[in-house]
Design a binder for this molecule. Structure first.
Ligand SMILES: [Zn+2]
Length: 375
């Protein structure tokens, strides 16, 4: 086992685990025989974080679970008010800033109105204000503060983009990882390493949204798709990478390929972690592949829009499922969960649980109906 970047032998001291598809995107296929520790961190620092950043929104909304946790909150703007918000895991909006207003009532008194996302933020703001207004009684206000939980029937704007040099490099690395992992030879990809290291520029990656889907996911399925084709007749080696069935890329790995024929797929469901045995449909001729890189200006907006619509619909279903699960476990925790062990569950206890459940479920149902009406 040699590191494909520096060719050092991989041993106990320099071993590192490489995610073939980024962990940030929920990739679970890993290998310890691709890159040594040093090279793994060089590549990771160089461009993987850019791909992680640009796919974070989708990973968050789809509620992807990573090996080391969950995606970052999304910074966003509430459409009707222009206020800054964060969308937490699964798209729950939380206001970014604490808002306050001081309204003079007469010459000696003023009314203070504060709207904070939680008690901790409220306390912080009150302590800050106390410096300017020493009569503020922080603890008294904290005690009197009212907590409210509500659904916002409004839209939030997210700026999403994909592409750019670093994203293309990260995608190229995914393709190389998969190729080497499948037993491919370093000889056919080593000319790409100076490109990954930023020493040369190459035009070998491009977005690819074909008219006919290369892979057709099942209803509500979201998968990552990897494909490697080595064609000894056409003398080409190329890869296809599709993330979240949303963004897809062609990577032209070698244009004078004289190795064995390869046709390998890896299709990984990001929610149930299953690897399907289904196959992708892509077979490019040398001329067809060259054409993809010479006629790049065709703008695939309509196809991308269709894919976004599908993914966001699935994301909504995921979020609803998550929300309902949260409501139910919260109702149980706050009723049955508070009883000492061994308590007999009688009608009174059950009613209290149902009340707790309905208290949270009704606003949720009303909110869902509201959204349906808006749509
Ligand atoms: Zn190395």
């Amino acid at each position: 086992m040699k590191c494909y970047r520096c060719e050092d032998i991989i041993n106990d001291k320099n071993v590192s685990e490489e995610h073939i598809i980024l962990n940030a995107c929920g990739g679970r296929l890993k290998s310890k025989s691709l890159l040594c520790k040093k090279c793994n961190s060089i590549f990771g620092d160089k461009f993987d974080c850019e791909l992680a950043k640009t796919t974070n929104d989708i990973a968050n909304l789809l509620m992807i679970k990573r090996h080391d946790g969950i995606p970052q909150p999304i910074s966003t703007t509430r459409t009707s008010t222009g206020e800054k918000y964060y969308l937490e895991y699964g798209g729950s909006p939380v206001q970014a800033k604490t808002n306050y207003k001081i309204i003079p009532e007469d010459s000696t008194k003023s009314r203070l109105m504060i709207d904070a996302k939680n008690r901790k933020e409220l306390k912080k703001t009150l302590i800050g204000l106390k410096r300017k207004y020493p009569t503020i009684e922080v603890e008294k206000i904290l005690d009197a503060a009212e907590e409210r939980r509500f659904y916002i029937n409004d839209s939030f704007e997210i700026n999403s983009h994909i592409g750019g040099n670093d994203v293309f490099k990260s995608i190229t690395k995914t393709a190389i990882n998969f190729y080497i992992h499948q037993g491919g030879s370093r000889a056919y990809i080593k000319h790409l390493l100076p490109y990954l290291e930023g020493n040369i520029e190459l035009d070998i990656v491009w977005m690819h949204y074909p008219d006919k889907d290369i892979y057709t996911p099942a209803k509500d399925e979201v998968s990552h798709v990897l494909k490697i084709v080595g064609d000894s007749k056409e003398k080409i080696l190329y890869a296809y990478v599709e993330l979240f069935n949303l963004h897809s890329f062609i990577i032209y790995l070698n244009e004078s390929y004289d190795g064995v024929d390869i046709d390998n797929d890896y299709i990984f469901n990001v929610h149930n972690y299953e690897v399907t045995k289904k196959r992708t449909h892509i077979r490019l001729s040398r001329a067809g592949l060259t054409d993809l890189f010479t006629n790049k200006d065709a703008k695939p907006f309509e196809k991308v829009k269709k894919r976004y619509a599908r993914i966001l619909t699935i994301a909504n279903k995921q979020q609803d499922k998550h929300q309902i699960h949260k409501i139910i476990s919260n109702a149980i925790d706050n009723s049955l969960g508070l009883l000492p062990e061994g308590t007999v569950i009688d009608e009174k206890v059950l009613n209290s649980m149902i009340n707790k459940l309905m208290e949270r479920m009704m606003p949720f149902i009303a909110h869902r109906n509201n959204i349906k009406n808006i749509n």
